[in-house]
Write a protein that binds this ligand. Structure first.
Ligand SMILES: *Cc1c(COP(=O)(O)O)cnc(C)c1O
Length: 491
């Protein structure tokens, strides 16, 4: 596709225009978000906004947020953004926080902070615990993994909200923090924040609300008059919140905040190295060098959109959500999972055996739609945004046709990605799935791998080729255990 080799540094540089052309050509097979065909990954507020965002970003292209003394402008942008977000989420004059590179960094920092707080307050606890809802974002598992906390997962109810009784049961003296979401990404449902906060407050345990996707969506949904249960700093007991500017904040990618009720929490996030020959090194974030562009763009976005802009974008996203929900509900055989108050919608089959939803997903993907496939239960996930206004009716039509196609030809479930996703979701031996996925990652990150063909890989890798078989064996074993248990328990 390119006129020159690009996997080494050329002896002399190429013409800038030729390079840019090559880059545009390489984008050819990417997800087509401009036409509204994506239901995840890209949050766009339109071309005019993007053009402005790029200008704001590029004004601070060279600056580095590592040293707030050197670039007081960036410090100002960060502080203003944190303050504005604190106001939006009903914090007080004591609310503090940091601007970070994304939701994952905000989450890593919150978990690290609570681990440090536990070490300070209860140094005798050897292995602090992080108690999360099963639906909490994997960044929490990553954080527990990175920082050596024991992860405990509280189950959810039939309505996809975390079981309050499970939180009560699982919380103990080693719990460094409890995590709930507003909303969680899986079904777009808000956990019972007030009920959980009553428990954590009484026990003196910090409560983090992950509003990475909801922080700049739910407040506008509420202002537009739809019922939203309380979840932010208005709830006594909520000690921190993560909220992404680069999702429904429509900022440039690389911007999120973590907010704390007061400095008493944030202080444990600070890292200081005192003995380095390079000088005393203080940092509140995970990265060292911090690009100025996303920080500047986050600040500029809040200023350019204003409440009016956000309300307008949210109104349109809700229109898309309502059209999609109505479309799903009018299609026999599929249904919306849970009761999403905001703009994330997950839907699946009313009878997964009769109508495997991943087969429906394959038919939709073949038409160029891009969305997420979730498991437990299997469903299709749509992040609705203003950019889908142009396409939601087409999507609903294609969805109806896809459901018909799978009903007419159930063998579609055994083909393509549906077979793989279906199997991955079903295999009870999750350790086996983890090993298999790590194999895939080894292939993706192998020397020189740019576009590995995963189906080839499945055929050539003995473990992956056998996963189907292993999975079937593991499933039979699980079934037998269930039967035996059932017999013992008299069912
Ligand atoms: C996106 C998201 C995250 C992670 O944010 P990144 O910016 O992708 O790192 C965490 N929690 C929820 C609920 C999210 O939707």
């Amino acid at each position: 596709m390119t006129d020159f080799p690009t996997d080494s540094i050329p002896a002399t540089g190429h013409e800038p225009e030729a390079i840019l052309e090559t880059m545009r050509a390489l984008r050819h097979h990417d997800a087509d978000w401009r036409a509204g065909k994506t239901w995840s990954l890209v949050y766009s507020a339109g071309d005019e906004h993007s053009a402005f965002l790029k200008k704001a970003h590029n004004e601070f292209f060279s600056e580095n947020g590592l040293n707030p003394m050197a670039f007081k402008s960036l410090k100002r942008f960060e502080t203003d953004t944190v303050t504005a977000m604190g106001r939006l989420l009903n914090g007080s004059a004591d609310t503090v926080g940091t601007l970070n590179s994304g939701g994952t960094e905000s989450i890593l920092l919150a978990v690290y902070t609570y681990r440090q707080r536990m070490r300070r307050k209860k140094p005798w606890v050897k292995k602090p615990e992080l108690l999360i809802a099963t639906t909490a974002h994997p960044a929490f598992e990553k954080a527990a993994h990175y920082f050596g906390l024991r992860l405990r997962r509280a189950p959810i109810d039939a309505d996809y909200r975390v079981q309050v009784a499970a939180i009560r049961r699982m919380m103990n003296r080693r719990t460094a923090a409890v995590v709930v979401s507003a909303p969680h990404y899986c079904q777009g449902v808000i956990d019972p924040v007030e009920e959980v906060a009553a428990l954590t407050r009484a026990a003196g345990v910090p409560l983090h609300v992950d509003a990475c996707v909801g922080g700049l969506m739910l407040p506008w949904v509420e202002k537009l008059g739809r019922p939203v249960p309380r979840w932010d700093f208005r709830v006594d007991g909520v000690t921190s919140i993560s909220a992404d500017l680069h999702k429904y904040g429509y900022a440039a990618k690389g911007a999120s905040v973590v907010l704390y009720r007061s400095m008493d929490y944030l202080k444990d996030q600070f890292f200081v190295a005192t003995d380095w020959p390079g000088g005393i090194y203080a940092s509140a974030n995970v990265p060292g060098t911090r690009p100025g562009g996303p920080i500047a763009a986050a600040w500029a976005t809040l200023q350019v959109l204003g409440e009016e802009g956000y309300l307008d974008l949210t109104r349109r996203a809700l229109e898309v959500r309502d059209t999609l929900v109505a479309g799903v509900e009018a299609t026999p055989g599929i249904e919306v999972f849970g009761d999403p108050v905001g703009t994330l919608v997950s839907f699946g089959s009313t009878d997964e055996k009769a109508l495997p939803i991943f087969a429906v997903a394959d038919v939709l993907a073949a038409k160029g739609w891009h969305f997420d496939r979730h498991q437990n239960p299997n469903c299709i996930h749509a992040t609705c945004g203003a950019s889908n206004v142009q396409s939601v009716e087409d999507f609903v039509r294609d969805l109806g046709a896809a459901v018909e196609a799978v009903r007419a030809d159930p063998s579609l479930a055994g083909q393509g990605d549906a077979a793989m996703y279906g199997m991955m979701a079903k295999v009870p031996a999750r350790g086996l799935v983890k090993v298999a996925v790590k194999r895939v990652m080894e292939a993706m990150y192998a020397p020189g791998a740019t576009d590995p063909d995963l189906s080839d890989l499945a055929a050539s890798d003995p473990l992956l080729a056998k996963l189907d078989e292993y999975g079937a064996v593991a499933m039979q074993a699980a079934e037998r255990v269930r039967e035996r248990l059932g017999a013992i328990l008299g069912r």
